[in-house]
Design a protein around this ligand. Structure first.
Ligand code: BGC
Length: 717
C-alpha cells in the first residue's frame, strides 16, 4: 500500500488540492456512508464520491477501502473513518451515565485516553462522541450515553472527554477527532420518547442544554453532529438559529458539522422538505458540511448548484473543512495503521486496570442499613440470585462496540473467583423480561444463606438509541423476584444493573443494601465482587435524580421555585392550601442528584467564605473543612450549590457551581478551597443578555443536592 502524500498538511497544499478537484470529487468529500448503503461502495470510493466511511470495526476492512481511496482514486485523498466509540473499543468502560457517577473528570479523561488508543490503533479517525445531551427524563433511552441532568457537571465531563479523544502522541503522527453531539436539546424529547419533538425556550437552551456543547468546543472539539429532533418546530439539522446564528456566528465555530444518520433525508418526514433535493438545500443553508447516509448531498448538490440555489463558495468551504480535518489528523501522511499493534494493546492488562479504576468509582451505594456492607465472605454462604448475576452481555451496556464477551466476567464468576472459603449458591429466578418466576429454585438457595446478592436490571438493548421506556419498573418478573427474596428474611443486597435510573421505590424498604451498578463494562463483575467484600469502598454519586414514580418525571434538583413552592405556606383558596405539588406523590425524588454513600462517613465542618461580598469579576473563595469520621479510608464528592435570592428572572432553587472528589484516610480532616466563578451562576436577563447580577446569594455545601445552607455572599455591581 503506497502513500501518495508526504509532509503535505499545509494550507497551500489544501489550496492546491482544492484547485485540482472536480465538482464531483468535492461533493464526494461531503458524503459519509456506512457499509449498508445500497450502492457500489468500492466504485464510489474509487471515483472519489465518498469522503468518509463509518461503523467499521475491522481494521482490515478499513484498510481495504482506504487502499482504494489512497491508491486507486484519482487524487488519493484518504477516507476519514468514523465510529461510535462511546465507552470503549475492545476494553469497555462503564456506560457514560455510570462514568458520570465518578464525578471525577480526570479519571474519565485517563480512561477515555485508553479507549482512544485502542480506537486509533484499530484505524478509527473520528469518534462520534462525546454525547453531551443533558437528560432529565430517564424514560429516554439515550440518558445512558450522557452525563445526566446537570449542565455544570456535564460541561466538566464533556471537556475531559474531548481532551481524551483528541490527545496528542497516542499514535505517532496521528490523532483522533472528537464529535460533540447531538446539537441540541435532544435530551428533552417530549415524553422521553426518542426522536420526538423538543419544545424549549431560548433560556433553557442557553442555560441548560448549551453549556456542555460550549465546554466541548472550548476544549477544541473539532467536529459537531446535528440532532434528529425538531426544536420548536424547526428540525435541528436544518435549524439556522442553532447551526448558523449560535454555532457559527455567536460561538465562532469553524469546524466540521456532520448530520446525524439520515437526518437530512428525514427532513422529508419532518414535513419541511418535499424531497431529498429540498432537504439537501435546507441542510446546506444551515451549513451542515457532511451528509451522513442522508441520500441528499451525493445526488442533489450539483443540481442545486446548477440552479443557483447554493453557492460554489459554500461547497468549497465545506470541502476545505473536511480536508483540513483529514490533514490535522495526519491522514494524508499516515492513512494506514499496523493491525498487529492493535491486537497487542486490546484488553491489555493496563487497559483493563484503567477500566476497573473508573468502574470502581461508578458504583453508587444508595442504602446500607446496619452496615450490611462490606460483607466478609469468609466461611459464609452467599445466595446469588437474579437474571443479571451471571450475564456478561448486558453489563457491557449499549454501544458496546467491539466489546469481547469472552473477556467479560459475570458478577457470579467474579465472586466465585475472588472469595475464599465461601459457599456460593446461584439461582437465576427469572429472565430479564420473561413471565416466569422460578420461586422454588430461589427459595432453595436462600435457605440457610448468610446473605443474598440479588442482581436485577435491564438488558443492554433496553437503553440507548431508540430504546425509550414508558415504565421504569424492573422488567418482567424481576420485581416479584426481589419481593420474594425480601420475604425470606435473608439480609439482602440489591444490585441494579441498568442503563438508566429505574423506579425502585417499592423495593427499597425490603432490602438492606442497594447498589446502583449500571452497565459497568468489561470489569463490572469484578467491581461488584470487590465492593461487596470491601476491597473497594464505593464513592459514586448520582448525576441524575432517581425518581420515586414515573408521574414525577421530569424530576430534577435545579427547578425554579414557582410562585407557590411546596415548602412555603400555601395560599388558602377554597379552604385548602394551594401549592405546587401532587396530591398523590411527593415532590422529592427517591434519591437526590449528587447523592451517594460510602462505607466511610463524612462530615462537613467549618465553611468560611473569604469575604462577605465580591465583585462579579472575582472568584468566590471558600474554605471547607471535610472530615472522615469513620475508621475506614474512603472518598466522597464535596458539592457547592448557589441560589440567587432575587434576580430579574426566576432562577433555580439551587445550582451546582463547584465540586471536588476527595479521598480521606480514616479519621482524617482536610481543608479544601472551593473557587466559584460567578459566570457559573450568571444567567440570561429578559433581553437574553448574559448577566451576573448584583445581589445576595445563598450557598449550600454538602455531599448532595440537598446540602444545607452554609452561608451567604453578595455580588456588588
Ligand atoms: C446516532 C448517532 C450516531 C450515528 C452513527 C445515529 O443513529 O444518533 O449518535 O453517532 O447514528 O452511528
Amino acid at each position: 500500500m503506497k502513500i501518495r502524500y508526504q509532509n503535505q498538511s499545509t494550507p497551500q497544499f489544501l489550496d492546491s488540492i482544492l484547485e485540482t478537484m472536480t465538482l464531483e470529487e468535492k461533493i464526494g468529500q461531503l458524503v459519509q456512508a456506512d457499509l449498508s448503503w445500497d450502492v457500489d461502495l468500492e466504485s464510489m470510493v474509487r471515483s472519489g464520491a465518498i469522503g468518509s466511511l463509518f461503523t467499521i470495526k475491522d481494521v482490515n476492512l478499513i484498510h481495504h477501502y482506504q487502499d482504494i481511496a489512497v491508491n486507486q482514486s484519482r487524487l488519493g485523498i484518504p477516507l476519514i473513518i468514523g465510529n461510535d466509540v462511546i465507552h470503549g473499543f475492545k476494553t469497555i468502560l462503564p456506560i457514560p451515565l455510570a462514568q458520570a457517577c465518578s464525578w471525577n473528570p480526570g479519571l474519565i479523561e485517563e480512561a477515555e485516553r485508553m479507549v482512544t488508543k485502542e480506537a486509533l490503533y484499530a484505524g478509527t479517525h473520528w469518534n462520534f462522541a462525546p454525547m453531551v445531551d443533558v437528560a432529565r427524563d430517564p424514560r429516554w433511552g439515550r440518558i445512558a450515553e450522557g452525563s445526566g441532568e446537570d449542565p455544570f457537571l456535564g460541561a466538566a465531563i464533556a471537556e475531559a472527554r474531548v481532551r481524551a479523544y483528541q490527545a496528542e502522541a497516542i499514535l505517532p503522527g496521528r490523532k483522533m477527532a472528537a464529535c460533540v453531539k447531538h446539537f441540541a436539546g435532544y435530551g428533552a424529547a417530549i415524553g422521553g420518547k426518542d426522536y420526538n419533538s423538543v419544545d424549549l425556550s431560548e433560556r433553557s437552551m442557553r442555560e441548560v442544554y448549551f453549556p456542555p456543547f460550549q465546554a466541548a468546543l472550548n476544549a477544541g472539539c473539532k467536529t459537531l453532529m446535528t440532532a434528529f429532533h425538531d426544536l420548536n418546530a424547526i428540525p435541528a439539522t436544518a435549524n439556522t438559529w442553532l447551526l448558523v446564528d449560535m454555532l457559527r456566528k455567536e460561538w465562532g465555530f469553524d469546524g466540521l458539522v456532520v448530520s446525524d444518520f439520515d437526518a437530512i433525508g428525514e427532513l422529508i418526514h419532518h414535513g419541511i422538505a418535499a424531497d431529498h433535493k429540498e432537504a439537501a438545500l435546507l441542510a446546506a443553508r444551515a451549513q451542515v458540511d457532511m451528509d451522513m447516509m442522508g441520500n441528499a448531498y451525493p445526488f442533489h448538490l450539483k443540481t442545486l448548484l446548477d440552479e443557483g440555489k447554493i453557492e460554489l463558495d459554500w461547497i468549497n468551504c465545506a470541502v476545505r473543512r473536511v480536508l483540513t480535518l483529514k490533514a490535522e489528523l495526519g491522514l494524508f501522511e499516515h492513512p494506514f495503521v499496523d493491525p498487529l499493534q492493535a491486537e497487542e494493546i486490546f484488553l491489555s492488562e493496563a487497559h483493563v486496570k484503567t477500566a476497573k479504576k473508573l468502574a470502581d468509582e461508578s458504583i453508587v451505594l444508595l442504602k446500607n442499613d446496619n452496615h450490611l456492607l462490606p460483607f466478609d465472605p469468609k466461611g459464609k454462604t452467599i445466595a446469588v440470585v437474579g437474571p443479571l448475576a451471571n450475564d456478561c452481555t448486558s453489563i457491557l451496556g449499549c454501544w458496546r462496540f467491539a466489546g469481547d464477551l469472552t473477556r467479560t466476567e459475570t458478577i457470579l464468576d467474579a465472586m466465585s473467583r475472588t472469595y475464599r472459603d465461601t459457599t456460593i449458591r446461584f439461582a437465576q429466578g427469572c429472565t430479564v423480561t420473561g413471565e416466569i418466576l422460578n420461586a422454588d429454585s430461589v427459595s432453595k438457595v436462600l435457605e440457610g444463606a448468610d446473605v443474598c446478592v440479588c442482581v436485577v436490571g435491564e438488558e443492554e438493548s433496553m437503553s440507548g438509541e431508540a430504546h425509550s421506556r414508558a415504565f421504569l419498573d424492573l422488567p418482567g418478573q424481576q420485581k416479584a423476584l426481589v419481593e420474594h427474596v425480601s420475604k425470606s428474611g435473608v439480609p439482602t443486597v440489591l444490585v441494579v444493573a441498568s442503563g438508566r435510573p429505574l423506579v425502585l421505590t417499592d423495593l427499597v424498604p425490603g432490602v438492606d443494601a442497594l447498589l446502583m451498578a449500571w452497565h459497568g463494562g468489561t470489569t463490572a463483575g469484578a467491581v461488584i465482587a470487590d465492593v461487596f467484600c470491601g476491597v473497594i469502598n464505593p464513592s459514586g454519586h448520582l448525576p441524575v435524580s432517581m425518581p420515586r414514580s414515573i408521574g414525577q418525571i421530569p424530576v430534577y434538583y435545579a427547578h425554579n421555585s414557582t410562585g407557590r413552592p411546596v415548602e412555603a405556606r400555601g395560599v388558602i383558596q377554597f379552604n385548602r392550601e394551594h401549592k405546587s405539588k401532587y396530591l398523590d406523590e411527593s415532590n422529592e425524588p427517591l434519591y437526590p442528584f449528587g447523592f451517594g454513600l460510602s462505607y466511610a462517613h463524612f462530615k462537613i465542618g467549618e465553611v468560611v467564605l473569604e469575604k462577605e461580598s465580591f465583585t462579579k469579576n472575582e472568584q468566590i473563595l471558600m474554605r471547607i473543612s471535610v472530615q472522615n469520621e469513620s475508621n475506614i479510608r474512603g472518598a466522597t464528592v464535596v458539592q457547592v450549590y448557589v441560589r440567587d435570592r432575587v434576580a430579574s428572572v426566576a432562577r433555580p432553587v439551587r445550582q451546582l457551581v463547584w465540586f471536588e472528589k476527595l479521598t480521606l484516610d480514616r479519621g482524617e480532616t482536610k481543608k479544601i478551597t472551593a473557587a466559584i466563578l460567578p459566570k457559573h451562576f450568571g444567567f440570561y436577563d429578559p433581553s437574553m443578555t448574559f448577566v451576573i447580577e448584583p445581589g445576595v446569594y445563598d450557598v449550600f455545601v454538602g455531599f448532595d443536592s440537598k446540602a444545607p445552607q452554609a452561608g451567604t455572599f453578595s455580588i456588588t455591581g
